[in-house]
Design a protein. Structure first.
Length: 141
């Protein structure tokens, strides 16, 4: 199965309200790339440039998934997820952590912080969308 950037939302999403995803990453190009992939797949997307901004948004709006980088200023991804998991209204929201860090210690720390899935950068668009679909309960085409 090959996905292209021109694909539209799967039929399952066309009949249901779009899942809301918060991308928390300090790199503009990563946010834009992930946002474009998700929007073309029919998801509603918000962005934050660090964990602190992401936490503020998460407390103000409802999200169905967090996509979080590790290395950021003010509050890194580990701290963001730890805070999310402490908050009763946010703890059940799944989180995908993504980073260039590929070491076992980094991946283990991500899961211990509350990640449900871990992807390494550069992000493979097919794997990324399949993971997001899985985490949001969207049936893959």
């Amino acid at each position: 199965m090959t996905l292209t950037l021109t694909e539209t939302a799967p039929a399952a999403m066309q009949d249901n309200p779009a899942a809301r995803i918060l991308i928390v990453d300090d790199t503009l190009t990563v946010r834009l790339y992930c946002s474009q992939l998700l929007k073309r797949a029919g998801f509603a997307v918000s962005e934050a440039i660090n964990g602190l901004e992401g936490l503020e948004q998460a407390l103000q709006q409802r999200f169905d998934l967090f996509v979080v980088d590790i290395n950021m200023q003010k509050m890194d991804g580990y701290a963001f997820l730890a805070e999310v998991r402490r908050h009763p209204d946010l703890r059940a929201i799944p989180a995908v952590m993504m980073s260039t860090e590929q070491g076992c210690d980094d991946i283990t720390r991500a899961y211990l912080s509350g990640a449900n899935f871990y992807l390494t950068k550069p992000i493979d668009p097919v794997r990324f969308l399949a993971t997001v679909n899985l985490m949001t309960g969207v049936t893959c085409p």
